[in-house]
Write a protein that binds this ligand. Structure first.
Ligand SMILES: Nc1ncnc2c1ncn2[C@@H]1O[C@H](COP(=O)(O)OP(=O)(O)OP(=O)(O)O)[C@@H](O)[C@H]1O
Length: 429
């Protein structure tokens, strides 16, 4: 179950010198060819065994999407063949196949039927689809009013409602927000552990390294490497480096973007309602959570190696003898990159009574690689040397998110944290 065999695969598109050449070919008797063939995939051979998680990488235009579309049957090959065994679920293009005038629920039913599910099975899975997509009442609105992120949420929820034998994902997750991405990665990893085969296209190198057991590196429509994810990523990055040296495809560096200024309390509460794993008690309310840059501006996008400040405000409703506040930063895949709190930082906030307002600011360097991160915050009472608090009073899971952009003067090449190594060398000739 869940295998893919690709033999002698090739794909060519017809290229015409002009629109008229296409028309001329069509109208001339015998359809005299006026096109040349552009081969975008050439002589591909590989097989994927059940349970493998295969990343497919390559620069823009290398042929990744075309390969996945041929495997899922939405594009026909010009040469060769593809065989799959088992149930395939694919997430290729945004809301692919969704009808804009039908509601999310109707589209979900149709999409699930296309995946081979029966009406009864879909009815049974619908609560799970709704819960996973987290789009609330929008499920009964026509898809044309959905944001692109909502479409991805629903499409992914349907694709993974039942564990497929083969799951094919093409960058689609990059559209969703970081909270949803983490949830998707967790589901993907559960399914891989349960035996699902994964074919995964992404430009996120760390994702390939974290999720995949094997990687195929495409260069100009042909397999340049098939093997360890690490080696594939090395090759890809070496090619990118050459391209950058030649002045092309250098990543665009944008200035820090300043977030609009909504009432932060509303933002955190709204976020909170949608987030799972949060803890709310009547002892305290988090009335504000925001990220500020070096100029005191609210931000959601920052440059690697700049500085950030996390500012939190809590209204305290009952006497607390030893309150402490902490936060953790998580990566797109949900891994905790850093966690600490005022207790671990050897700070005594001091007792507070009902009605008090506690404001805490954590300032830190963004020594992180480019990518998406979330922040989870917490307030507890009564620190202990064992690291466990007497009472946890507020825990806002993934209450904020931010995106780190590459800094042109940064030394980071890949990874998650920038450990700023010192370097020394000696060259003896
Ligand atoms: N319908 C089409 N007609 C003509 N050429 C096409 C068509 N679809 C794709 N191509 C070409 O095939 C090549 C491979 O495209 P493909 O989308 O598979 O690349 P990719 O590696 O997925 O790129 P990206 O990372 O930008 O998504 C590109 O040169 C593209 O222009």
């Amino acid at each position: 179950m869940g295998s893919v065999t690709v033999e002698g695969l090739g794909k060519a598109y017809k290229q015409y010198a002009s629109r008229w050449a296409r028309l001329a070919e069509w109208v001339t008797p015998g359809h005299k060819p006026r096109h040349s063939l552009k081969w975008v995939l050439r002589d591909m051979n590989f097989s994927v065994s059940p349970g493998e998680a295969v990343g497919i990488l390559g620069v823009n235009g290398a042929g990744k999407s075309t390969l996945l579309k041929i495997i899922t049957g939405t594009v026909q090959p010009t040469a060769g063949s593809v065989r799959t065994t088992g149930r395939v679920a694919a997430l290729l293009e945004l809301g692919m196949g969704f009808h804009p005038d039908f509601t999310g629920r109707q589209n979900a039913v149709m999409a699930a039927q296309l995946l081979g599910m029966s009406v009864e099975e879909i009815a049974g899975l619908m609560p799970d689809i709704e819960a996973f997509a987290e789009i609330g009442d929008y499920i009964d609105q026509p898809v044309r009013v959905y944001s692109s992120g909502m479409q991805v949420r629903l499409a992914f929820a349907v694709a993974v409602a039942r564990r497929p034998d083969i799951l094919i994902v093409d960058e689609a997750l990059a559209v969703g927000d970081v909270y949803f991405q983490q949830k998707c990665y967790q589901r993907i990893q559960q399914y891989i552990a349960a035996g699902t085969t994964l074919l995964f296209v992404t430009h996120g190198m760390s994702t390939i390294l974290e999720v995949c057991t094997r990687a195929i590196y495409l260069r100009s429509g042909a397999i340049a490497y098939d093997g360890s994810p690490k080696q594939a990523v090395n090759l890809y990055q070496a090619d990118m480096l050459v391209a950058q040296d030649q002045g092309s495809s250098r990543p665009e560096i944008k200035p820090a973007q300043v977030a609009p200024e909504p009432a932060a309390a509303e933002q955190s509460q709204a976020q909170l309602e949608g987030s799972t794993g949060s803890l709310l008690t009547e002892a305290v309310t988090c009335v504000d959570a925001r990220l500020l840059d070096e100029h005191g501006q609210r931000v959601t996008v920052v440059l690697s190696e700049s500085r950030l400040e996390l500012r939190l405000r809590y209204r305290i409703h009952r006497a607390l003898d030893d309150p402490h506040v902490g936060f953790k930063i998580r990566s797109r895949t949900g891994a905790v990159i850093f966690e600490s709190n005022t207790y671990c930082m050897r700070k005594v906030v001091g007792g507070a009574g009902p009605g008090a307002l506690l404001e805490v600011a954590f300032a830190f360097p963004v020594d992180l690689s480019p990518g998406d991160y979330t922040i989870t915050t917490g307030l507890a009472n009564g620190g202990s040397a064992g690291g466990i608090f007497r009472e946890s009073l507020s825990y806002l899971h993934d209450v904020l998110s931010f995106n780190v952009l590459p800094n042109p003067s940064s030394i980071v090449w890949e990874g998650i944290v920038n450990i700023r190594p010192a370097v020394q060398w000696q060259l003896t000739r």
